[in-house]
Design a protein around this ligand. Sequence first.
Ligand SMILES: [Zn+2]
Ligand SMILES: [Zn+2]
Length: 252
Amino acid sequence: MKLTFLGTGTSMGVPVAGGFGPRFSGRDPRNQRYRCSAWIQSADRSLVIDAGPEFRLQTLRAGIRRIDALMITHEHTDHIAGLDDLRAYNYAQKKPIPVYTTQRTEEAIRHRFSYMFSPDKTPGSVDLDFRPFNEPVHEGDCTIVPLPVKHGGMEVMGFRVNDISYITDVNHIPDETAEKIRGSEILVMSGLRWSPPHPTHYTIPQAMEVSEKLDVGQTYLIHMSPFVDHEEVSKRLPSRVKLAFDQLEVSV
Ligand SMILES: [Zn+2]
Ligand SMILES: [Zn+2]
């Protein structure tokens, strides 16, 4: 199994539009972060998590030639704005793309992108096959386990794919979900910034504390703000926790 980080930035991307804010980004490419997305490849499946505003650029940069299924964590714009560009895969693969997500996220997407789903939908618009799920499903040699977590008042779906667990936009992990994550070789989890605390996201120190309790191999942090300088913050982390960066590839 191979995990590729397609994007590791918080909702506005890093740096933000207009280039405002801290300017760590100049020298270190690890401080330039597209919106969060990941690509998981097994022997017979190519799975993508989330399709944000840079989805097209991410597929080109990583060389994604096939998508067997998409998993969507939640309907915030930074995780779904690129859905329209899945058309290219519909044309190439000549069939709808299975989408694993929650019932609520499916409804929100149908509302936001109504032109894709109306009875008189524009010919050639994207063709998605929603599969809301609460129980593990099998996709070829992958078992996908839903990992519901809290993002403030909103429930966000994380996913465990074999030994890789991926949760983003989280500030609370219920005990039942923690049990499902336990024993993963890799945990991907969001850590917005070092401080101050945020109402809907773990800070990096909070994410470190949570990962320690989960008994996982290596933890990679994502969804980082412009105030996280890769090199400087990495020095403060224990070896079992690393900051991910765009285009990082990890094999399991
Ligand atoms: Zn987000
Ligand atoms: Zn969010």
